[in-house]
Design a protein around this ligand. Structure first.
Ligand SMILES: Nc1ncnc2c1ncn2[C@@H]1O[C@H](COP(=O)(O)OP(=O)(O)OP(=O)(O)O)[C@@H](O)[C@H]1O
Ligand SMILES: [Mg+2]
Length: 446
């Protein structure tokens, strides 16, 4: 038997304006969990999508069981025993759990007539859910489940394919602690059965617990592969970032002034366990960082300020004037922009053009006769570089969060690229939520 179940060699992939992968390799041993690590945008998902046949690689090869294979689409990947739990779920909420699990591969009966065999589908679904110890009703509407439970259905689906290679692309981002434990039990079972797994996660404690091997990628290139047991968390981070952490950010040029632009007083969530009694001042030209552990309610606080979450009590002042923010539109009218953490999920409209994405927040101000869009005016204001790919654009979302008139930008966990991009912090008053203390220090120290 070949030493490796699967190998990727010399994989290259470019998108317009971005070289997402440059000569990347990955070797998966059977019966192991291989952590694929790298900063946001390092190319992890792109590499996995090349393997799974979603993207066509520009160069490179896939070796399965010692033999070179071609994978042109996900169907071919699945037929070769490769399954993938995607970073961005694509569920069909209005259909049942079983239909979602068997989407694209419904069991059929009546020979060539290919009538969907619902009975078998529900039975098989129940069997696989039981196998992974999840007790959902196969007939329940998927949309009635939580995001974490939907993610669990995806995991059951991958297991039901009896794949020999399973890719988990950030499966735990929306799972509860119990669900993570359940996933790890499943992964340990699969390991015993000889399945080779790729595990993508930013959570170091998870990597330390579950990974056998670690491959690090940086800016679309391959950095190296090591036994997980031989790497400390600091070593992994250094490989991922590729430079001393203190040099990650360019020198700050902003000069905080005395003028208070925004003041928040005793803000309390309507939920007792969420943020309570939060007060702070944001000065002109200041970068105010918010640190905290996972679950510290930073995102919730910002969403509260932005009118997405309920506020029980407390006040928000802009330039000394009290503002009432009940909905995001109130926040925008007050001059606050929010760049969400889940930019792909709720930061952009993937089906709309870049121009519409940039303009959508101001369209209501540019109407002829009250209801016809004034395209001429909008074209003057919304000027964008149309050569941007949608993803490059996403990285730019914050620049454009509101085309004009934004006084404060809230960036929820900006990527390193965003932090470095000119204009992110420059002169603007921003509040930034950070993942870790080093980042917080580097960006906020005067
Ligand atoms: N469909 C696409 N079109 C254009 N550019 C893309 C596309 N998909 C990815 N990219 C770009 O390729 C690079 C790698 O992105 P990728 O999503 O693979 O990173 P990642 O390592 O999975 O990051 P994350 O940890 O945020 O999931 C990024 O610069 C991204 O902007
Ligand atoms: Mg990814």
């Amino acid at each position: 038997m070949a030493e490796y179940k699967l190998e990727l060699r010399g994989v290259c992939k470019s998108f317009p304006g971005v070289k997402a992968l440059d000569n990347v390799q990955l070797s998966l041993r059977p019966g192991t969990v291989h952590a694929l690590m790298g900063e946001n945008g390092a190319g992890k998902s792109t590499l996995m999508k090349c393997l799974f046949g979603i993207y066509k690689m520009d160069a490179g090869e896939i070796i399965l069981d010692g033999e070179k294979v071609e994978i042109n689409n996900p169907d071919e990947a699945m037929k070769k025993g490769i399954a993938m739990v995607h970073q961005e779920l694509q569920p069909v909420p209005a259909r049942s759990v079983a239909e979602n699990m068997y989407l694209g591969r419904f069991p059929t009966k009546c020979g060539p007539l290919k009538v969907i065999d619902h009975k078998k589908m529900y039975e098989d679904t129940a069997k696989w859910l039981k196998e992974v110890k999840m007790d959902f009703d196969p007939k329940a509407q998927l949309g009635s489940l939580s995001i974490g439970q939907m993610q669990s259905v995806e995991i059951a689906k991958a297991v039901s394919q009896q794949a020999k290679v399973i890719i988990f692309d950030e499966p735990t981002s929306s799972l509860s602690d119990n669900e993570v434990e359940a996933l790890f039990r499943i992964m340990n079972d699969l390991r015993d059965k000889g399945v080779a797994m790729v595990y993508i996660s930013h959570k170091m404690d998870e990597i330390k617990r579950i990974a056998d091997d670690i491959t690090v990628m940086r800016d679309g290139t391959y950095v190296g592969t090591w036994p997980a047991a031989e790497m400390t968390t600091d070593q992994i981070i250094t490989k991922m970032v590729g430079r001393e952490l203190t040099n990650v950010y360019p020198p700050r040029e902003n000069k905080p002034g005395d003028e208070v632009v925004m003041e928040v007083k005793n803000l309390c969530s309507i939920h007792a366990k969420s943020f309570q009694n939060v007060s702070f001042q944001l000065h002109k030209g200041e970068i105010l960082g918010f640190g905290g552990l996972v679950g510290a309610q930073r995102t919730e606080l910002m969403e509260g300020i932005f009118g997405i979450r309920g506020i029980a009590s407390g006040e928000i002042y802009m330039h000394g004037k009290k503002v009432k923010i009940k909905h995001p539109i109130d926040a925008m009218n007050a001059g606050i922009g929010l760049i969400t953490e889940d930019r792909r999920g709720n930061g952009i409209f993937g089906c709309l053009s870049i121009k519409d994405n940039v303009g959508v927040s101001i369209y209501n101000k540019y109407l002829n006769a009250g209801f016809v869009l004034n395209h001429k005016k909008i074209n003057e204001i919304v000027t964008i570089d149309t050569t941007l790919s949608k993803d490059a654009f996403m990285q730019d979302v914050f620049k454009m969060a509101a085309p004009k008139g934004v006084k404060i930008k809230i960036l929820d966990i900006p990527t390193a690229v965003q932090q470095q991009q000119e204009g992110a912090f420059d002169k603007n008053r921003v509040m930034v939520l950070f993942k870790n203390v080093q980042e917080l220090h580097a960006a906020c120290k005067p």
